[in-house]
Design a protein around this ligand. Structure first.
Ligand code: NSS
Ligand code: MG
Length: 429
């Protein structure tokens, strides 16, 4: 019976055939232990010379790392195995021999692994990260579809910028100038006026010369946008969404979390509601704890880490000064120098995973912002139309998928959270 490693539990004590690769191997005189993988999981195949005979045992002994093969064997229960099963091998057929596979079981440096990312992805650790990334994406679609949101796909090629013009990737669009999208938000606002509650999920690009463990040049963002939703209701959607994702990973990815050595007790605490502090209180807290920072300055990674240390859940920092935030954010009606926005800061030093706000819905105020931020009324005419024809209060946010993967998996750097990371000075492979 042909099956996959993830399905062997359905064939206990039966002989199955699995197509896969040899991840690792150890052998003594009369017995060989093959660590096999097939993309769905990992399993050990035990080859006993007395059972399989000289020919098959010789194939097992000489097989090289990452050779592809068909392995035939009987499924046995093995409590020690992460999958709970083991194969007693009865037959082996090499499909293609891998000679001198570069990522041997010993330790390798980061740059070496990054140069071999197309192969490094095959390792048990990267397999676990990609499975958890997949679960976060699956849970995202489930949460928003179950809550009446419509998936809308904003353009990647744009003529405008949502997040300022300092980190745009420029390209030509025939004879016109175009930019790779930094955020689908402005288009999602138009979609929200048509469909009520919408969300996007796609790549976004920031030509930021930041070489940190949180910054990618190309990253994937989920951007929900909701008509008739105000600032506080926006925060409620965010905490319910993030909690839903994390609890889904806990429910469906125990094997992968174990493979990563992740302390799942920290994830079990991630349930709504999340704490909220204002920017004012955050500044006071930092000043009282020895940080040199003045009101009106933005937070850096050390500040976010220091603030988050007081909480075991993600914490919303709200009501930032309007001068350090994007042009589209709605001022607090009771205090015009701050805006109705929030950054969601993950615990354990993982920093900002969400940026969101209530948007300006008044046409004259938005026009004023255009002038203040030197935005061309021509390029942004369509965005102004959303305030010209049936404007409504509306809010939204952007969750960075890779920073969320890093936090949930407990990873040191976002480079491991995306299949082919684009970092400063890295466009290969
Ligand atoms: N629809 C919206 O309201 C989103 C809004 N226009 C926006 O782009 N906000 S953000 O710039 O804070 O980016 C949102 C999130 O996107 C992530 N982000 C933002 N920049 C990066 C980089 N360079 N690398 C990895 N992740 C990044 C991070 O989690 C941020 O919190
Ligand atoms: Mg932000």
């Amino acid at each position: 019976m042909k099956t996959t490693i993830s399905q062997v539990g359905n064939y206990l004590d039966k002989e199955v055939t699995i197509g896969g690769w040899l991840a690792n191997k150890r052998s003594s005189g009369k017995i060989a232990f093959l660590q096999l993988r097939d993309g769905t999981g990992f399993i050990q195949g035990v080859v006993v010379k007395a059972d399989v005979g000289e020919e098959v045992f010789t194939v097992a002994k000489n097989m090289t790392q990452e050779s592809s093969l068909y392995v035939k064997g009987i499924v046995r229960v093995d409590e020690r195995a992460p999958s709970g099963y083991e194969l007693t091998v009865t037959g082996l057929e090499i499909i293609h021999e891998a000679v001198d596979y570069p990522i041997t079981p010993k330790e390798h440096g980061t740059e070496f692994l990054m140069d071999h990312r197309h192969l490094w992805l095959r390792s048990k650790r990267q397999h676990a990260v990609m499975k958890i990334r997949n679960e976060l994406i699956r849970a995202t679609y489930e949460f928003f579809n179950d809550n009446g949101f419509v998936k809308v796909d904003p353009p990647i090629l744009t003529g405008s910028s949502a997040e300022g013009t300092t980190n745009l990737f420029h390209t030509k669009y025939f004879d016109e100038d175009a930019y790779l999208s930094q955020s689908g938000q402005l288009y999602m606002e138009a979609a929200a006026m048509a469909l009520g509650k919408v969300f996007s999920f796609g790549p976004t690009f920031r030509a930021e010369k930041s070489k940190t463990r949180r910054h990618l040049i190309e990253f994937w963002m989920i951007e929900p946008e909701m008509a008739f939703i105000d600032h506080e209701e926006n925060l409620k959607v965010q905490e319910q969404y993030v909690s839903y994702m994390v609890q889904s990973v806990l429910k469906n990815c125990q094997l992968e979390l174990k493979a990563l050595g992740r302390d799942t007790s920290k994830l079990e605490k991630i349930v709504a509601p999340f704490p909220r502090i204002t920017y004012d209180d955050a500044i006071k807290f930092l000043q009282e704890n020895g940080h040199e920072i003045e009101w009106g300055e933005d937070f850096g990674a050390p500040h976010e880490t220091a603030i988050a240390e007081s909480f075991d859940k993600p914490v919303f920092i709200t009501h930032y000064p309007s001068v350090i935030k994007a042009f589209y954010m709605k001022p607090d009606p009771n205090r015009s120098e701050v805006v109705l926005c929030a950054d969601l800061i993950a615990p354990e030093g993982y920093g900002e995973i969400i940026g969101g706000s209530q948007r300006i819905d008044d046409m004259e105020l938005l026009k004023k912002r255009y002038a203040e931020h030197n935005l061309s009324e021509e390029a942004y005419k369509w965005y102004l139309d959303l305030r010209r024809y049936g404007s409504v209060p509306h809010s939204g946010f952007g969750l960075g998928l890779e920073r969320t993967v890093a936090w949930v998996c407990g990873l040191e750097h976002v480079r491991e959270t995306i299949p082919f990371p684009r970092l400063l000075n890295r466009l290969y492979p």
